[in-house]
Design a protein around this ligand. Structure first.
Ligand code: SAH
Length: 333
């Protein structure tokens, strides 16, 4: 990597996470107690069941189409989709209508997804733009957007600069600043404070545009759940996690997860679809009845608390839905 420095944060993160040989996701299954972090579907099946009820509801609002693409971006171990499909028989015709499409960059995780969904027909895609625009789509992404790289910018007395990584030697890297490209500067809010760090995410915006193209063609909805903020603001949210602990982004490259918080306001402003308000994960899951579901199946109370507790995932995680089609009212907002 040293030979390719200075390198923008976006390119650095893509390589650290997805390098075909040394990338973090290419090399491991990062989830669970023994892994580096735990995601909502891995905490309890009630998460996927509630999301499943949401998917079935929006499918019915769409007029129960006899064939639609059920797309999940960054499906991890395939647990969320497996939980959704396990309850899918509560609505007649849903299971056979759902064409499961998974967008996944890691071959190792594709293997896990294949095992989790072995009784379903699944098609894998490297990119959402590879999916044919021939039917309605319901798109899901849990902790997917945070994994798409960002760039960081700051306004100095010399104009806008972007953060880069430079090599001190073969194994040591540090941050630096260089002049920012105009295309990045156009993504910034209109009012900015000098010397503060602003984050822009061209790859996330491009992904949202690709969802828009799919949904606009035949109707549908996209639901994203992730940690992030409701209103755009400045601040450095780039983080690396290993073994459930925050670590230095520039150390152990390729063996820790690198993410950043999602600016939901920037996504809403960018997408040309109907947009729900941004709500907390606690609000969304509770209004869809997660507490009743937890009671009904005697789920572990600690698991429920991890999903909706204010000091757990409940407040930090946010939910948004983009949609297009007559008379859709996404539930939970
Ligand atoms: N949704 C899962 C996994 C979240 S981790 C869960 O909640 O458990 C992020 C997931 O996105 C992983 O499956 C990772 O391999 C995938 N991913 C990250 N960047 C990607 C990209 N650019 N294209 C496709 N998949 C990506």
């Amino acid at each position: 990597m040293a030979g390719r420095c200075p390198m923008g944060l976006g390119e650095f993160t893509s390589l650290a996470l997805m390098h075909p040989e040394y990338g973090y996701y290419t090399n491991r299954d990062p989830f669970g107690v023994d892994g580096d972090f735990i995601t909502a579907p891995e905490i309890s099946q009630i998460f996927g069941e509630v999301i499943g009820a949401w998917v079935i509801d929006i499918w019915m609002q769409m007029g129960s189409p006899s064939s639609f693409n059920l797309i999940e971006a960054g499906a991890g171990r395939g647990t969320l989709m497996a939980d959704i499909m396990r309850i899918s028989n509560i609505a007649g015709g849903f299971e056979s209508a759902a064409q499961i499409c998974l967008i996944e960059a890691s071959d190792l995780l594709k293997g896990k997804q294949r095992a989790a969904l072995n009784n379903h027909k699944v098609t894998w895609y490297d990119a959402i733009s590879d999916i044919d625009v021939d039917k309605p789509c319901i798109i899901l992404g849990n902790e997917f957007l945070d994994a798409l790289p960002i760039e960081q910018l700051r306004r100095s007395s010399d104009g806008w600069q972007k953060r880069v990584i430079i090599a001190v030697d073969d194994n040591e890297f540090k941050f630096d600043w260089v002049r920012a490209e105009k295309e990045l500067v156009t993504l910034l809010p209109s009012k900015t404070v000098s010397n503060e760090i602003y984050e822009v995410a061209p790859i996330r915006l491009e992904f949202v545009n690709e969802c828009e193209a799919l949904i606009k063609a035949h109707g549908g909805a996209a639901l994203f759940i992730d940690y992030g903020y409701t209103k755009s603001h400045h601040g450095d949210t780039l983080q690396a996690i290993k073994n459930h602990k925050f670590v230095n982004v520039l150390e152990d490259i390729g063996s820790c997860d690198i993410t950043s918080h999602v600016d939901f306001e920037a996504l809403s402003a960018h997408v040309g679809l109907n947009v729900t308000p941004v709500v907390t994960q606690a609000h969304f899951l509770k209004s869809l009845g997660i507490e009743q579901r937890a009671k009904a199946i005697c789920a572990n109370e600690m698991d429920l608390n991890r999903l909706v507790g204010e000091d757990q995932m409940g407040e930090l995680f946010k939910v948004i839905c983009f949609y297009h089609g007559n008379n859709l009212t996404p539930a939970g907002f």
